[in-house]
Design a protein around this ligand. Structure first.
Ligand code: NAP
Length: 249
């Protein structure tokens, strides 16, 4: 058995944005961190790994598509064989392919549902047996405010994020008696590469609807994720915590 008792944390989409902030938050407790990313080069992932190394944290990154059941299965088996456990899973990887429904093609639909929703099934399925066996574990799924209220131009994305909410509550019920919590965090409008593509006009439009009057930081989301995966929240399961400056109440 390994001598190292620190938690093993897997963060999908941990290379940048919200996922990177989640990794840096878990670094504060010196967790061992596994990052999964896919599409872009390794620059962002390496930046995150360097930031974690500076903090004295053992971390590694893997480039694979979380929407592939087989690829996820292979990775998680590898993690179990080397770390012997996974304590925390943060299902954070996500993409957008925004357009109005009448222009949305099958590929836009399938890509977003696969990366955002099927991946949550793939990764949760890959860890759940081990968490049940160890009778502990925390899973946090990153949803979105638009999964609750909808957003024109995001039928695929909001459906995937609403799907995450239903999945979260169902799995929470299935495993609560085994000491495992399954929660979601639903960010509002957060300053990352995902939202950087919006025009200034669109950003101003969204900000006007936020009661706090400002865009959120990835760290605001990371704090909520970390707390839901901490002992302090061990009687909280099946919940969706909204982090949105009041955009949805
Ligand atoms: P981001 O900066 O674009 O980061 C997305 C992350 O997901 C990257 O690490 C990316 O890695 C990874 N990823 C994408 N497709 C993947 C795939 N097929 N397999 C593995 N990894 C993949 O986005 P973000 O704003 O931080 O968003 C993080 C999560 O929060 C997403 O689920 C998003 O829907 C949700 N969210 C964001 C906001 C917001 O305002 N930013 C609001 C609500 C919810 P590569 O680049 O290497 O592919």
């Amino acid at each position: 058995m390994s001598e190292n008792n620190s938690r093993v944390v897997v963060v999908t989409g941990g290379s940048k944005g919200i996922g990177r902030s989640v990794c840096l938050k878990f670094a504060e407790e010196k967790a061992r961190i596994v990052i999964v990313h896919y599409d872009t080069d390794d620059i962002a992932a390496n930046e995150t790994l360097n930031a974690l190394a500076e903090r004295g944290v053992e971390a590694e990154s893997h480039k694979l598509d979380v929407s592939s059941f087989e690829a996820v299965d292979v990775l998680f088996n590898d993690i179990f064989s080397r770390f012997e456990k996974i304590d925390v899973l943060v299902n954070n990887a996500g993409i957008t392919r925004d357009t109005l429904l009448m222009r949305m093609n099958e590929e836009d639909w399938d890509a977003v549902i696969s990366v955002n929703l099927k991946s949550v099934f793939n990764c949760t399925r890959a860890v759940i047996r081990s968490m049940i066996k160890q009778r502990s574990g925390s899973i946090c799924n990153i949803s979105s405010v638009v999964g609750q209220i909808g957003n024109a131009g995001q039928a695929n994305y909001s459906a995937s994020k609403a799907g995450i909410m239903g999945f979260t509550k169902t799995v929470a019920r299935e495993v609560a008696a085994r000491g495992i919590t399954v929660n979601g965090v639903a960010p509002g409008f957060i300053d990352t590469e995902m939202t950087a593509v919006l025009s200034e006009k669109a950003k101003e439009f969204f900000i006007r609807q936020i009661p706090s009057g400002n865009i959120g930081r990835p760290e605001d989301v990371a704090e909520a994720v970390y707390w839901l995966c901490s002992d302090a929240a061990n009687y909280i399961t099946g919940q969706i915590l909204h982090v949105n400056g009041g955009l949805y109440m």
